[in-house]
Design a protein around this ligand. Sequence first.
Ligand code: HQG
Length: 178
Amino acid sequence: MNKNNISRFLSLVLRHDPSKIGITLDNQGWIAVDTLLTQLKEHDKEISFDTLKNVVETNDKQRFAFNEDQTKIRANQGHSITVDLKYRPLEPPELLYHGTVAKFVDGIKEKGLLKMNRHHVHLSESLETAIKVGARRGKPIILTVQATAMYKAGYQFYKSENQVWLTDVVPTNYIEFK
Ligand code: HQG
């Protein structure tokens, strides 16, 4: 497996389907590094601790994190299984961005931004990141979210360790469709 494939596979087992390699995450999403490496080996995906460390440190979006003594690892965000990452509520910047594609715009106009299969709606502080997120699905369309206005109206925001802004829903009236 090259680094990209390792990162993809780790995203799968640390966010969505740990049972794929017979592991269970604790309720904050952690798994012991030893157990992870053993189970990867059992499933023909052997990697060394140094490779794992290298993937964690060089990942383009800092998708994974170790605990302090590097005995545990988890995904920083993006889970579909139930985990409580204990994000702290935080005041967002005035504007946040969401990258999507044309085919979703009608649905978003109708219902607002919904979390779909994830635990939160994902937003970014940088336009560039939003463009990248949208471009995963085709020609990106960027929506601008009036985050401070939402915050003042009582909606909560969280920021993951890798700088993704998270919220439960963005009602249509806080979205600028250009
Ligand atoms: C859309 C990747 C119709 C929404 C990225 C999006 C990000 C609606 C899609 C992270 C809708 C959900 C998250 C509505 C939302 N009607 N469509 N009412 N509300 N949508 O993948 O934000 O590589 O769950 O616009 O870089 O695309 O995983 O969310 O297009 O940070 O680390 O429904 O995933 O990071 O798609 O991406 P997703 P997302 P990782």
